[in-house]
Design a protein around this ligand. Structure first.
Ligand code: SAM
Length: 201
């Protein structure tokens, strides 16, 4: 399997413990982020250990918060939205969150980093082959996805112009002009990377 990192910016996503019964409403489309986590990690009866996902949460009441989930270490996570939401909720209940990463449950960390700090702190590996996934990018079929890849995606509203400015030197790749849900894009990306890896390119 080829290693990959996904960064998802949730501009409305809650930054304090939220109700598990209102993920799409009061929690600021947390449902979409939870489904993205599920799509990034879960295979049928298996979990991708070589995936890292960052969720940049920028809704109220205490933005920003960034959650990091590492497939290498994560435990107690199952594919359903409610389980993943519970783990994110637990991360947001950590007291005195600051820019340092703090482990909330195994494989899940939380910090007060915003997108700009997160991008500056990416590992050399994560910075080696970064892509902005956007409808108006170049065709993914023509891109070299070899080695370690990092993809940044928006939420239901996409990125703000300021956020786009932070990654304006990242190549832009598209899955076509149709606008898909973020979690669906991740499924397509995982499949695309898997197929390329299977063919050795
Ligand atoms: C529902 S879309 C956002 C739509 C939003 N109105 C916009 O204009 O950005 C959510 C995210 O999924 C990704 N996405 C959706 N469809 C895509 C496509 N066809 N090609 C590449 N990325 C796509 C982008 O990262 C986008 O920010």
């Amino acid at each position: 399997m080829a290693s990959r990192t996904y960064i998802i910016v949730g501009n409305k996503a809650a930054t304090a413990p939220f109700h598990l019964n209102d993920l799409a409403g009061a929690a600021g489309r947390m449902d979409l982020l939870c489904r993205s986590v599920s799509a990034a990690f879960f295979l049928s009866h298996d979990l991708r250990r070589d995936v890292v996902i960052y969720l940049v949460l920028r809704g109220g009441p205490a933005p920003p918060r960034t959650i990091r989930i590492s497939g290498t270490d994560v435990k107690y996570m199952s594919p359903d939205e409610r389980n993943i939401a519970g783990l994110i909720r637990k991360a947001l209940s950590v007291e005195d969150i600051d820019p340092r990463w703090v482990v909330s449950t195994p494989g899940i960390q939380v910090s007060s980093r915003d997108l700009v700090d997160l991008l500056q702190g990416l590992s050399r590996e994560e910075r080696a082959n970064p892509f902005h996934l956007t409808e108006d990018g170049g065709p993914i079929d023509e891109a070299d996805l070899g080695g370690y890849v990092t993809f940044l995606l928006g939420d239901h509203n996409g990125l703000t112009p300021e956020q786009e400015g932070l990654i304006d030197d990242w190549p832009r790749l598209s899955l076509g002009r149709t606008s898909y849900h973020t979690d669906h894009c991740i499924t397509v990306l995982n499949h695309t990377i898997d197929m390329r890896a299977a063919k050795g390119r």
